[in-house]
Design a binder for this molecule. Structure first.
Ligand SMILES: Nc1nc2c(ncn2[C@@H]2O[C@H](COP(=O)(O)OP(=O)(O)OP(=O)(O)O)[C@@H](O)[C@H]2O)c(=O)[nH]1
Ligand SMILES: [Mg+2]
Length: 396
């Protein structure tokens, strides 16, 4: 996965604000699971804002902004606070840390963030050492209007809840990245394999194909579209092998043997699994297919209440393939629309539809919900790639 390709502007910028020593840098390390920010018990350890590009599941590419404490003092301290203030202008979502004591500074920064229309998640840091956690939480709720997330970076508690809170506040139109941007650069030649069979609508292309072509043109790629039978001809017409072939997943077995060595191969459904969700979570989830037994229960979740085309995939094709692999005893439940169950614990796996009619935020919130319950989740496209044995041959 080429993360370096995600431009900074497309990353969700998460700013972390609080007093000196409130545990901002430790919180970053807890969220990412890595020791990337410098932590010490000296107040004022972080001076300039530090920008860390990170992949956070299930949100995707993010930019974490570690800042200097907003209660810094003295001439240098004031200059540092000024820099922290500037970081607010780049912040999409703010984590505001609350500690014991009065909230004078916190309220001031809350006002500043609200003025900039930045969603704020109140956080009580160092929850493991707060003398009166309940009282503190009540005061924060009164001040911010929101229940705070209680986090201990030391004991690694509250991080899942914090991720859920983040998913809830990301903007409705949040699209972390482009469809193909991880795989291509300017001037790359890309061949699209688009069988025009009975499922293809007469006289036009389906939306994912159109969007992919548009996205490749935006990346200044050289795009060639063919039906499956013309792939050999197309490759022969090129002076050198293409950078990437994107195929309809149904044509995968025909395309794979023709792929030149060194050319990347992916499918429209896998590209959209990332564009509309989180491919990392989905491939991890698909691995659970290997662990299913006849005692397992699988939940198939469809976002639309009526979806004639994918109905066949979700209601027939995937259950049939799963039972063929696992055994006829496997239980497959189906829900649609907003019926996503609150209790996912009976399930060993959730397989979600491609959510073509819904935005990424919607899909991410479902991924996060499954993660909170410790239940693997994947989607139709990735599950099909896994069940047909092509998932590990694909780039994403
Ligand atoms: N008990 C406990 N201590 C913590 C926790 N988080 C951070 N600390 C400690 O608090 C101190 C300050 O942590 P930092 O993460 O450096 O705090 P900061 O807000 O980045 O501080 P500055 O960069 O100086 O503004 C360190 O000694 C940490 O080990 C926590 O969850 N529990
Ligand atoms: Mg710090």
């Amino acid at each position: 996965m080429e993360l370096a390709n995600t431009p900074a502007a497309n990353r969700l910028h998460i700013g972390i604000y609080g007093r000196r020593n409130s545990g901002k840098s430790s919180l970053i390390n807890a969220i990412t699971g890595h020791d990337i920010a410098l932590v010490s018990d000296v107040a004022g350890t972080t001076t300039d804002p530090v920008y860390k590009a990170m992949e956070i599941h299930p949100i995707g590419p993010c930019m974490l902004i570690d800042t200097a404490g907003f209660d810094d003092e003295g001439r240098l301290g004031e200059m540092r606070v000024e820099k922290t203030r500037k970081a607010m202008d780049k912040t999409d979502v703010a984590l505001l840390l609350f500690s014991d004591g009065d909230f004078e500074k916190e309220e001031e920064w809350l006002r500043e963030l609200k003025k900039r229309k930045v969603p704020v998640i109140p956080v009580i840091s160092k929850a493991d050492v707060r003398a009166d956690l309940e009282g503190l939480a009540a005061r924060v709720k009164e001040t911010t209007g929101l229940p705070p997330v209680l986090v201990s970076a030391k004991e690694k508690t509250g991080v899942k809840e914090l991720l859920s809170a983040l998913v809830r506040v990301i903007p409705e139109d949040f699209e972390a990245e482009s469809i193909t941007g991880r795989l291509v650069n300017e001037d790359d030649v890309v061949v699209l394999v688009m069988p025009q069979d009975i499922q293809a609508p007469k006289g036009r292309l389906i939306l994912p194909q159109v969007q992919t072509i548009r996205d490749l043109l935006d990346h200044k790629c050289i795009v060639m579209s063919v039906t499956t039978d013309k792939l050999t001809g197309a490759l022969g017409a090129l002076a050198k092998p293409p950078k990437l072939i994107i195929t309809d997943s149904q044509a995968f077995s025909a395309v794979y043997p023709l792929k030149p060595e060194g050319t990347l191969l992916t499918s429209f459904s896998v590209l959209f699994a990332q564009y509309k969700g989180d491919i990392g979570a989905f491939t991890e989830g698909a691995a659970a297919i290997d662990r299913l037994t006849e005692q397992s229960k699988v939940l198939i979740a469809e976002a639309c209440t009526h979806a004639p085309l994918s109905e066949d995939i979700g209601r027939e094709k995937i259950p049939r393939m799963l039972k063929k692999k696992v055994g006829l005893g496997l239980t497959v439940d189906m829900v649609s629309g907003t019926d996503f169950p609150d209790d996912l614990s009976p399930y060993s796996l959730v397989i979600h539809c491609g959510a073509c009619m819904f935005n990424r935020k919607y899909v991410l919130s479902r991924i996060q919900k499954a993660r909170e319950h410790g239940v693997p989740i994947t989607n139709y496209g990735v599950a099909l790639a896994k069940l047909t044995g092509v998932l590990d041959k694909i780039s994403f």
